[in-house]
Write a protein that binds this ligand. Sequence first.
Ligand code: HEM
Length: 146
Amino acid sequence: MTAEQILRLRKSFSLVKRQADVAAFYFYRQLFELDPTLRPLFQTDIELQALKLNDTLDEALDLLDRPIELAATLRELAEQHAEYGVKPGQYATVGTAMISMLEDILGRDFTLETRQAWVAFYQLVSGAMLMVAESRGTSRRLAAAR
Ligand code: HEM
């Protein structure tokens, strides 16, 4: 991820934050349209959930300059997600819903470079979370085989 991409992400996310409610609405609408079976996983208030997601994205964007802290935050988040019952295969759907929401919210500001920066960011964040999720799965399988 380049310094220019990080700048692009921060700039475009500040535009998203100005319309955080609409962004959350688009995101969840798109997510449940892509995969309605995900709906029952979300048990707490969706608005509260959206606020937390917003804060985490904010924090992750902030931590892009501090990879060790970022890795620790994402490890914790991945552990929580495994407890919620999130499966590794569901990360791609969330990524697609996020890109589609950004497209709707940013419109003409969602340039090719900005899209590429968000795709790289989601790959980085979800890739780190998936590594934790998959290593949990492997340890469980090893324990069961013992
Ligand atoms: C980069 C990826 C992701 C980020 C940054 C993220 C962020 C968050 C945050 C901040 C929370 C709130 C945690 C809390 O209550 O303190 C949350 C909850 C949750 N996330 Fe994610 N998430 C990601 C990927 C996913 C994926 C792939 C799924 C799959 C469906 C998912 C499903 C959930 C569920 C089910 C909850 C709990 C909802 C509830 O308690 O009702 N998340 N997520």
